[in-house]
Design a protein around this ligand. Structure first.
Ligand code: UGA
Length: 455
């Protein structure tokens, strides 16, 4: 193998670790600078601070090409390309907090012949500001499009790689392009601001798709159609596409909620009211609450009731609890007087800190013990395999709300459990079935749901 460009990565968070490890897999020597000494020590021992399928194996295989350090100087002595992979969490106002980016830029300074490659998601204009303040540094915007849980595959088999630069930093953009070239993906060469906008617009569009299908699901609840059938029929049109059309409790995680807010604020600050995106965010917030009305349809009051949450993480294959629907649901249930018990295969440790009053069960089955309702919050594949007859025996009231339209309704119902889903009214318990187009069937529960969502 020909000698490949050495690379520096700033930040050993989720993006930084996946990026650094995948570059090592492509044959690069990678130095990762992480500010937290304890993190560096555990990484040197081979312990990973995050759960990401496939990553431990890849780190082990490429260990000799990966170096972890707390010292920025080790990066500055070596590679030309410094990939910035630090967090840009939302501030209270919803703007992106760029303090970690600013600190990294200050620490790097303006050493000769180096390029700063921005992987972190930043507001449009950030690159322009950095280029103005550090004119001695070349700058490239190369946003990441990784999904938690499938990040390694997303990195090694990308749909596209976006490389944004100004003409005077063309050498740096060429070098970044050469790094990604073996992956064989289309490379989008563009200017810095457009590259920054591609990232924000992509996340905002995907979030819009989710809120759109959730609104369709809510209408399906009213008119007796099945949103999963609707999505199947829509998705076969290649102009629409079937991905990101799963209705449910809405989007969470560290990216969509943050990036939709950030884009809305960015537009607002520049004098444009991004009406559509405001609605996307609002629909997402209300969506989590619709479950409450579905519960009330069957349980007169939640006071003193025991409700089990299956899954806590914002999605499967991660232990990430940021903006997880479970947080909103648990607070809402407890606020209405219910006690909450939960099970998640891997997010329990992180969840404990955020949900101190929620009882953590050792297994999904045990979570259902004595429960008056079960809500499926995260679509962990193992939940499909649950013994529903056993669940029914253990529950106090056999009621299940499938917040992700994930389970086989027949399997659940044949065990004698009342099954409720999102936008699939005809699959409800026989007593609450809604005939398609039957106006009389839009029962009080639907009205109640609307009231709940508006509350
Ligand atoms: C998202 C994007 O998909 C990545 O391309 C992007 O790189 C990343 O944000 C980021 O900006 O770093 P991620 O947040 O890991 O990735 O997770 P997704 O798989 O996109 O799911 C986000 C949320 O949407 C989850 O809560 C998921 O349950 C929900 N979702 C997703 C739905 O409710 N319905 C769907 O059809 C798809």
């Amino acid at each position: 193998m020909t000698e490949r460009e050495p690379i520096g990565v700033v930040g050993a968070g989720w993006v930084g670790l996946v990026t650094a490890t995948c570059f090592a897999e492509l044959g690069h020597r990678v130095v990762v600078r992480e500010i937290l000494p304890e993190k560096v020590q555990s990484l040197r021992r081979g312990e990973l601070p995050i759960h990401e399928p496939g990553l431990p194996e890849l780190i082990e295989r490429n260990g000799e090409r990966l170096t972890f350090t707390t010292e920025m100087v080790e990066l500055l002595d070596g590679p030309r390309l410094l990939f910035i992979c630090v967090q840009t969490p939302p501030t209270y106002s919803g703007d992106a907090d760029l303090s970690a980016v600013q600190r990294a830029v200050e620490e790097i300074g303006e050493p000769n012949g180096k390029a700063l490659v921005m992987k972190s998601t930043v507001p449009v204009g950030t690159g322009r500001t950095i280029m103005r303040d550090a004119p001695g540094l070349a700058y490239v915007s190369c946003p990441e499009f990784l999904r938690e849980g499938t990040a390694v595959r997303d990195f090694l088999e990308p749909d596209r790689v976006v490389v944004g630069s100004q003409p005077e930093h063309g050498w740096a953009a060429d070098a970044v392009e050469a790094v990604y070239e073996p992956l064989g993906a289309p490379i989008v060469r563009t200017d810095v601001s457009s590259a920054e906008m591609i990232k924000l617009a992509s996340n905002a569009y995907l979030a819009t798709k989710i809120s759109f299908i959730n609104e369709i699901a809510n209408v399906c609840d009213e008119v007796g159609a099945d949103v999963t059938e609707v999505a199947r029929g829509m998705g076969l049109d290649p102009r629409i596409g079937s991905r990101f059309l799963n209705a449910g409790l809405g989007f969470g995680g560290s990216c969509f909620p943050k990036d939709t807010q950030a884009l809305k604020i960015l537009a607002g600050n520049s004098g444009y009211h991004f009406q559509l995106l405001s609605a996307v965010i609002e629909v997402n917030e209300l969506q989590k609450r619709r479950v409450m009305a579905k519960l009330r349809k069957h349980l007169d009051s939640l006071v003193g009731k025991r409700v089990a949450l299956l899954g806590l993480a914002f999605k499967p294959d991660t232990d990430d609890m940021r903006e997880a629907s479970s947080l909103v649901l648990a607070a809402r249930l407890e606020g209405e007087g219910a006690s909450v018990v939960a099970f998640d295969p891997i997010a329990e440790a992180r969840a404990r800190e955020l949900l101190p009053s929620v009882e953590m069960a050792p297994s999904a089955l045990e979570a259902t013990d004595g429960a008056d309702a079960v809500i499926l919050v995260t679509e962990w594949p193992q939940f499909v395999e649950l013994d529903w007859a056993e669940v029914a025996r253990r529950m106090n009231t056999p009621l299940l709300v499938d917040g992700r339209n994930f389970l086989d309704p027949e399997a659940v119902r044949s065990a004698g459990i009342t099954y409720e889903a999102i936008g699939r009214p005809s699959l409800g318990d026989p007593g609450s079935r809604v005939a398609p187009g039957d106006a009389r069937a839009r029962d009080s529960a639907t009205r109640e749901m609307k009231e709940e969502a508006e509350r």
